[in-house]
Design a protein around this ligand. Structure first.
Ligand code: COA
Length: 330
């Protein structure tokens, strides 16, 4: 096996649903306000997918851009990973639906279920598939249609989540100095009840009751999630830096999971990374779970915040609990 970097991020793509939902749009039907949402979360607006859109259809557009930027054809993909908590169907994987849409006939396609950390889990899988020779190019998609599992009558979750997709091509080896210098992933299954969907799986199969009781929607213990998010994001920062053999001072851009501006600020403070080196998109996209980091990276690239040669720290946490991080030379 060769040494790190096993792989580099060769191309990014994004899909933003066109419908923008502002905080004030909730004021008419929920007991909330733009001021409360901005102060407690940093969110100003988010995107909502259309009724006909699914994670795979949204991913198709993002994938086309990522492949073009990487300069490879769809037949070059040896694997296709979709990180999502909102699959098109319970069976089979959304990755297989995406494979059919784009015609990636040489790829092994599968989903990763790691909630908001899914993109980082996906990158880690991609590195492994490349290091062991299964693939030279892997597509990693972080995509969500969270509006489909969010209770729009629950003010504590309805305001937080949005839809969107980001896609990245991960290719073998380093290129022009670019490469993934470290990855780190971890979980704590003792915390499943902090953020979960009670019904619809084998523990409580689909029934009329679950719809009546709205247990097919996400349930969240917000304050507890917040506390664990801060702790796990801190551990993830430290571990990715240690594994890459770099210090926080060397990081040019911190791209954290976009859940809440207060969690982002606390993560940056722990790592000792100043605000001007921290990417924030939670104000414009809300929390898009597995899509949040690739959407943020694409935003950073398109606005000139992310340039070749930069050292980037990615860090995420999510339901499970799951958490992860990576250091990438861009
Ligand atoms: N508008 C107005 N008030 C709201 C509200 C809303 N949208 N949502 C909750 N509140 C109320 C609560 O009902 C509570 O009222 P009470 O004191 O009368 O009981 C009060 O605000 C404080 O609630 P609390 O949950 O303590 O607020 P908070 O400061 O922790 O903020 C979150 C709530 C959800 C924004 C915050 O806990 C959070 O961001 N947690 C992490 C969530 C997350 O990141 N999830 C995704 C994981 S990937």
């Amino acid at each position: 096996m060769t040494a790190r970097p096993f792989a580099h991020l060769a191309g990014l793509g994004v899909y933003l649903p066109s419908r923008v939902v502002a905080n004030k749009d909730f004021e008419a039907r929920l007991e909330t306000s733009d001021q409360w949402i901005v102060e407690r979360t940093g969110i100003r607006e988010r995107r909502y997918a259309g009724a006909e859109e699914t994670v795979s259809t949204m991913a198709q557009a993002a994938t086309a851009t990522a492949l073009a930027r990487a300069g490879i054809g769809v037949e070059d993909l040896g694997a296709l990973i979709v990180a999502t908590a909102t699959p098109d169907h319970p069976l089979p994987s959304t990755a297989c639906y995406l494979q059919a849409l784009i015609g990636a006939r040489n790829a092994a396609a599968f989903d990763v279920a790691a909630a908001c950390s899914g993109f980082l889990f996906g990158i880690t899988m991609a590195e492994g598939l490349i290091a062991t020779g299964q693939a030279r190019h892997v597509l990693v998609v972080g995509g969500e249609k969270l509006t489909s599992i969010t209770d729009q009558d629950d003010r504590s979750t309805a305001i937080l989540f949005g839809d969107g997709v980001g896609a990245a091509v991960i290719s073998a080896g380093a290129k022009d100095g670019r490469g993934i210098l470290s990855t780190f992933i971890k979980s704590d299954g003792a915390l499943t009840n902090l953020l979960y969907i009670p019904s619809g799986g084998t523990a409580d199969p689909i029934s009329e009751r679950m719809v009546r009781e709205r247990t097919h929607y996400m349930k969240m213990a917000g304050r507890e999630v917040f506390k664990h998010a801060v702790l796990t994001m801190a551990e993830a920062c430290d571990e990715a830096l240690r594994r890459a053999g770099v210090t926080a001072e060397q990081i040019d851009l911190l791209v954290p999971h976009q859940a809440n501006i207060r969690i982002i600020d606390s993560t940056a403070k722990h790592a000792g990374i100043p605000a001007e080196k921290v990417l924030v998109t939670v104000d414009r996209y809300g929390n898009t779970s597995a899509a949040s980091i690739p959407m943020a990276l694409a935003y950073a690239e398109s606005t000139g915040r992310l340039k070749p040669g930069m050292l980037v720290l990615l860090v995420a946490f999510g339901a499970g609990f799951t958490w992860g991080s990576a250091v990438i030379r861009w």
